[in-house]
Design a protein around this ligand. Structure first.
Ligand code: CA
Ligand code: CA
Length: 302
């Protein structure tokens, strides 16, 4: 019977369900004519062999009652699926911009860092993620509370109201001097394909003028069962301008904090050049000229 009347199925027994699972089927074959059904299983291989005995059960099946479907060739190869691989890269919507350009000294639910994970060859189980904090000025561990990694389901770079899926648990913040980490140690699965994530803290406090923090994630700091990992996501820099030190006498350059790793002498000179406008009022607080502070964007190529 042609299989456009009754489809022919290739099925395998799943010991986890347990039950027969359709791998593929055909509705496009002629009567008494050879055709091929083939499929690969690449994930959860242990579901498909009998526990402890390593038998695989497959069948070709057509449901039409009183005759025999003949198969003249069956081939099942069983082994490790395609090696899974985990790539880390920039979030589809880009990196977070500076969140500390504020006049208050605390923030609720600031989104601090974006990244993307891509699993290929199979699902990847991630057991820990360690996000690096560096070039820190003016923060201690307790200033950042309850950081969490949210799945950005619509890839728009924001944690929207309905986006409540978190991975990795609540991060543990550890800052010592100018460097630190946020460690996420609850396991989570990265399914095949691209997934964008956003690091958001419940609160960041102690954001004083001149404070700053840089954030970055490298693939070496992701622990998983992938056969390999690669990549990095671009750094984010959050800094609050100001923090003048010393008022500066009339007509001389005041001092403005610039990014620890990004400032250049050139930038400093330009800022100083604006100060004489203060005239009799004194050097005052020349920190307002944000457009004069230069950032160096460092790209990483692994
Ligand atoms: Ca501070
Ligand atoms: Ca979103």
């Amino acid at each position: 019977m042609a299989c456009d009347t009754k489809p022919v199925y290739l099925k395998v027994f799943n010991f986890n369900t347990p039950g027969w699972e359709t791998l593929t089927s055909s509705t496009n074959c002629a009567t008494s004519t050879d055709f091929t059904l083939s499929s690969n299983i690449t994930a959860d291989l242990s579901y498909y062999y009998s526990p402890g005995q390593y038998w695989v059960f497959a069948r070709v099946y057509q449901d039409w009652g009183n005759s025999t479907l003949k198969t003249d060739y069956a081939d099942i190869s069983f082994g490790a699926g395609a090696a899974s691989f985990l790539s880390l890269g920039n979030h589809t919507a880009g990196q977070e911009t500076n969140k500390f350009e504020i006049s208050e000294n605390s923030l609720s639910n600031p989104e601090l860092y974006n990244f993307k994970l891509t699993a290929s060859g199979g699902d990847v189980s991630v057991t820990s993620v360690v996000i690096q904090l560096y070039d820190i000025r003016g923060f201690v561990s307790s200033d950042i509370t309850a950081p969490k990694i949210y799945l950005d389901a619509d890839n728009d770079g924001m944690v929207d109201g309905e986006e409540t899926t978190q991975v990795g648990g609540t991060g543990n913040v550890s800052i010592s001097g100018s460097s630190g980490t946020i460690t996420f140690s609850s396991s989570f699965s990265v399914s095949l394909g691209d997934h964008n994530y956003i690091l958001r803290a419940e609160t960041v406090s102690g954001i004083d003028p001149g404070d700053q923090i840089s954030i970055m994630l490298w693939h070496q700091d992701i622990t998983s069962d992938a056969s390999g990992t690669s990549g990095a996501a671009a750094p984010a820099l959050h800094m609050r301008q100001g923090g003048t030190s010393g008022g500066a006498s009339i007509g001389t350059a005041g001092q403005v904090y610039s990014p620890i790793s990004g400032g250049t002498e050139e930038g400093g000179e330009e800022i100083g050049g604006e100060v004489p406008d203060g005239g009799d009022e004194g050097g005052g607080t020349p920190g307002g000229g944000t457009e004069l502070v230069r950032f160096i964007i460092i790209s990483f190529d692994f």
